[in-house]
Design a protein around this ligand. Structure first.
Ligand code: PMP
Ligand code: GLN
Length: 403
C-alpha cells in the first residue's frame, strides 16, 4: 500500500477508499444505497431495517423533542441510560458493571470504535482484526497510524484458524478487534475461539475491543460476550448500540463498557469527538434496554425466519448460501452462476434486476479480496414480501446480466 501523509488519507486508505493514485471513493454502503435509490431497487445492501422499531419508543423520543430534552446530555451519558446498560449486562450475561465508572455512552458504536482505537493505538502499533472486517476498524486504525493485520475467516464456517490467529500476534500487537456476531459473514464465534483470543491477548498483554452490536441477533446459538470469559474483563472494552437490536439505526446511541481505567480513556477521547449526543433518545434507549426478555428473543426468532426465507430464495436462484448464525446478513457465492466478480455484479444489479447487495471483497485487503471475489452480502432485515420479491428478481440474474 502506498504511504499517505495526511490523517484523512490514512483513514480513507484504511477503509479501502483510496486508490493507489490517491483517488478518493465513497463507502460501498453509500455507493450501493445511492445506486439502489437511483434505480428504485430493493436495497439488500446497507444493513438497516425497512420497518422501524416499536412505535411507543418513537413516540417517547418525539415527546422528548417537543418536551424539554433538547440541550446537551452529560458527556458520559445520562445516569438512567448508564444504569440500564449495566443492568442489561447483568441480566443477560451476569457481568457486573459500575454504571458510574465502567460505562460511557457514545454516538453509535461507530464513535465507541473510533474513541477506543484512538485512545490506545499509536503510530506503528499493530491491531488485529478478522477479515472480512467492518470498514470503520480499518479507517480508525489508519487514522491512529496503526498497522492493520488481519486473520482470514473462510467459508463455510467463517471461524478463524487458530494457528493463523496465533501467528498474527507479535510484540507490536496492542489490540485485537473482535466483532461477534460478525458482520459481514454472520459468524458467531465458538467459545474455544473466544478463549484462545483471551489467552493470546493475555500472553501479549494487549487489549480486546469487542464490537457486539449484533449481540441479540443470534439464531439458535447463545451470544457469549468475550468479557465474560475468565481473565478477559480487565483487558476488554465491549461495545454495542441501540441501532440493530431495536431497529433504530439512525438514532446513533451506542456505548462502551469495561474496567474503569479503559472506559476513562475512551471517555476522554470521545468527549472531543462529539462531547455528547442524542439527548432526546437516551431516556428511550434506557427504557428499551429494560424490555422483557421475550422482546429480544422474539426479534431474533423473527429475523431467523427472514434469513431462512432469503437463504431459500438465493439457493433457488442458483447461489451457494452460507447460512448465518447471527446478524442482519447472509453471504452467498455467485460463482455457481458463472460470475467472477461480485463487485462488478453489485454495481450492475440495482439497474439490471432491481436488487442491491454488497460484495465481500470491499471488507478485505488485497489478498482477502481475491479470495472473496465471488461472495456477496445480502441484508435480510427487510419485510418478508420484500425478501420474496428480491429472491424472485435474483432468479433472473443470469438472464438479465451477461456473465
Ligand atoms: N459495528 C458493526 C459490526 C456494524 O455492523 C455497525 C453498523 N451498524 C456498527 C458497528 C455501527 O454501529 P452504529 O450505527 O451504532 O454506529
Ligand atoms: N452497519 C451497516 C452495514 O454494515 C451500515 C454501515 C454504514 O452505512 N456505515 O451495512
Amino acid at each position: 500500500m502506498p504511504t499517505f501523509n495526511f490523517p484523512w488519507q490514512r483513514t480513507a486508505a484504511g477503509a479501502n477508499l483510496l486508490s493507489p493514485s490517491g483517488q478518493l471513493g465513497v463507502t460501498i454502503f453509500e455507493e450501493i444505497t445511492s445506486l439502489a435509490a437511483q434505480h428504485g431497487a430493493i436495497n439488500l445492501g446497507q444493513g438497516f431495517p425497512d420497518t422501524d422499531g416499536p412505535a411507543p419508543f418513537k413516540d417517547r423520543a418525539a415527546e422528548g423533542i417537543t418536551g424539554n430534552l433538547n440541550q446537551y446530555a452529560p458527556g458520559g451519558g445520562i445516569p438512567a441510560l448508564r444504569t440500564a446498560i449495566a443492568e442489561h449486562q447483568k441480566r443477560f450475561y451476569g457481568i457486573t458493571v459500575d454504571p458510574d465508572t465502567e460505562v460511557v455512552v457514545t454516538t453509535g458504536a461507530t464513535e465507541a470504535i473510533a474513541a477506543s482505537i484512538l485512545a490506545f493505538i499509536q503510530a506503528g502499533d499493530e491491531v488485529i482484526t478478522f477479515e472480512p472486517f467492518y470498514d470503520s476498524y480499518g479507517a480508525t486504525i489508519g487514522l491512529a497510524g496503526g498497522i492493520h493485520r488481519t486473520v482470514a475467516l473462510n467459508a463455510p464456517s467463517f471461524q478463524p484458524n487458530i494457528a493463523e490467529l496465533r501467528a498474527a500476534f507479535n510484540p507490536r500487537t496492542k489490540m485485537i478487534v473482535l466483532n461477534n456476531p460478525h458482520n459481514p459473514t454472520g459468524a458467531v464465534f465458538d467459545r474455544e475461539v473466544l478463549a484462545e483470543i483471551v489467552a493470546l491477548a493475555t500472553e501479549h498483554d494487549c487489549l480486546i475491543l469487542s464490537d457486539e452490536v449484533y449481540e441479540h441477533l443470534t439464531f439458535g446459538v447463545a451470544h457469549t460476550p468475550i468479557a465474560s470469559l475468565p481473565g478477559a474483563w480487565q483487558r476488554t472494552l465491549t461495545l454495542s448500540s441501540v441501532g440493530k437490536t431495536f431497529s433504530f439505526t439512525g438514532w446513533k446511541v451506542g456505548w462502551a463498557s469495561g474496567p474503569a481505567e479503559l472506559v476513562a480513556a475512551v471517555r476522554t477521547v470521545k468527549q472531543f469527538l462529539s462531547y455528547s449526543s442524542g439527548s432526546a433518545f437516551q431516556p428511550v434507549v434506557a427504557e428499551a434496554l429494560g424490555s422483557p426478555t421475550e422482546f429480544f428473543a422474539g426479534f431474533a426468532k423473527d429475523l431467523a425466519h427472514r434469513s431462512e426465507v432469503l437463504a431459500t430464495g438465493l439457493e433457488a436462484a442458483g447461489m451457494t448460501v452460507y447460512r448465518p448464525r447471527g446478524t442482519y446478513f447472509i453471504v452467498a457465492d455467485v460463482a455457481p452462476l458463472g460470475f467472477t466478480s461480485a463487485l462488478d455484479l453489485a454495481r450492475k444489479m440495482p439497474a439490471s434486476i432491481g436488487v442491491a447487495g454488497i460484495p465481500l471483497s470491499v471488507f478485505c485487503h488485497a489478498e482477502g479480496a481475491q479470495k472473496t471475489r465471488t461472495l456477496m452480502r445480502f441484508a435480510f432485515c427487510k419485510k418478508l414480501e420484500v425478501l420474496t420479491e428480491a429472491a424472485e428478481r435474483l432468479s433472473h440474474l443470469t438472464a438479465k446480466i451477461g456473465i
